[in-house]
Design a protein around this ligand. Structure first.
Ligand code: NAD
Ligand code: IPM
Ligand code: MN
Length: 352
């Protein structure tokens, strides 16, 4: 039997519930398909911060480095500012393990009602390649003269040639494998340095991909088109911040953030990749046993694609798809149902 070491970080809010739910599905699949995930579970998160003053131990990254993959729930807590918790756990892992591809696929599944009128079964099927280590998320800047009228805050965006080229190239490769269409999202009309540089890099890399047609959209217009005609998109590539924003839009037009998976991928394999749903800790529904576990389950399918290979990830996606298409199967409230997290997991395991 093939075994894989997976570090589990359930984190905050609904993170533990959806993570446990997804892991029970992955364990079940492992029994059926002859693989096992050897889990090491870490209690890193805001409860730990409130007790010890840090989200994870100082040697946190060293402890994770030799693992095959990381599976994370969510980070963020109402009692501690988000910039403290996120910069103490999630963002240092993305950057420290050079997980430069944030891959976020969205499909409008049969049986799911989009908030957009007239869209159904398969009409939306896109994937966002989000730059994940630099751009607007660079931790470069500062704040000075606090409290004075001349107080100043500087947060610099950082766009490097290597950092931009590598995410753009991965997106072109994905477009080449899919429909041969790539949409590059920028704000080149206002940001004449970084975003025009991004456009130049897209032009250069496009020379390597004769079969891929490139569209360029400004991020405001792209946000509108994700609502107006989401079917026009296939592969999108965007900077860190723009990618963050458009993936919440892509998540909701395909039904719910409760269905949106994500992978923070180090494609070179130098470091482990980290898989986590797009959604956050969702404190508005914590403790109600109603969080949709399927974003985490579909995130697990992405982990299986990369770690186990073969068709097992697809088998899991097929199971989710068939569950969603069944009008009698349980659905959580975000999808208009009244089922619990546990009901959905049990029904999915039955179906697999
Ligand atoms: P959120 O994604 O937690 O929630 C947005 C909305 O979607 C809420 O109404 C929530 O109930 C709903 N939702 C999200 N996931 C759901 C699920 N699985 N099932 C059903 N409904 C679901 O976004 P937010 O409210 O902006 O952020 C809450 C906290 O999470 C903040 O602290 C934020 O910083 C953090 N956050 C963390 C991550 C992460 O760890 N990857 C991602 C996004 C936000
Ligand atoms: C996401 C989240 C994070 C991000 C936050 C929590 C820092 O919104 O994964 O989409 O902006 O990347
Ligand atoms: Mn986000």
């Amino acid at each position: 039997m093939d075994t894989y070491d997976v570090a589990i970080i359930p984190g905050d809010g609904i993170g533990p519930a959806v993570t446990e739910a997804a892991l029970s599905v992955l364990d079940h699949l492992g029994e059926m398909h002859g693989f096992a995930l050897e889990r090491s579970t870490y209690d890193w998160g805001t409860e730990r911060y409130l007790e010890t003053g840090s989200m994870m131990p100082d040697d946190g990254l060293e402890r994770l480095e030799s693992t095959d993959a990381i599976f994370l729930g969510a980070v963020g807590h109402p009692d501690v500012p988000d910039h403290v918790t996120l910069n103490g756990l999630l963002l240092p892992i993305r950057k420290g393990f050079d997980q430069y591809v944030c891959k976020r696929p969205n499909v409008l599944y049969e049986g799911i009602e989009s908030p957009l009128r007239g869209y159904s079964n398969g009409d939306i099927d896109l994937v966002v390649y989000r730059e994940n280590t630099e751009g607007e998320y660079a931790n470069i800047g500062g704040r000075e003269h606090r409290g004075f009228d001349h107080e100043v805050a500087v947060q610099s965006a950082v766009f490097t040639r290597s950092g931009t080229e590598r995410i753009v190239r991965r997106a072109f490769e994905a477009a080449d494998r899919r429909d041969g269409r790539l949409t590059s999202i920028t704000k080149s009309n206002a940001q004449a340095h970084s975003m025009v540089f991004w456009d130049d890099v897209v032009d250069e890399v496009s020379e390597e991909f004769a079969n891929v047609a490139v569209d360029r959209l400004l991020v405001d217009r792209a946000s509108m088109d994700l609502v107006r005609r989401p079917e026009s998109f296939d592969v999108l590539v965007a900077s860190n911040l723009f990618g963050d924003i458009i993936t919440d839009i892509a998540g909701i037009v395909t039904g719910s953030l409760g269905l949106a998976p994500s992978g923070n991928i180090n494609p070179d394999g130098t470091y482990p990749s980290m898989y986590e749903p797009v959604h956050g800790s969702a404190y508005d529904i914590v403790g109600e046993n109603c969080a949709n576990p399927l974003a985490s389950v579909l995130t697990g399918a992405m982990l299986l694609d990369d770690l186990v290979g073969g068709a097992v990830g697809e088998t899991l996606r097929d199971g989710v798809e068939s569950l969603l298409a069944d009008p009698n199967a349980p659905k959580t409230p975000d999808l208009g149902g009244s089922a619990s997290t546990d009901d959905v997991v049990a029904a999915l395991i039955d179906r697999l």
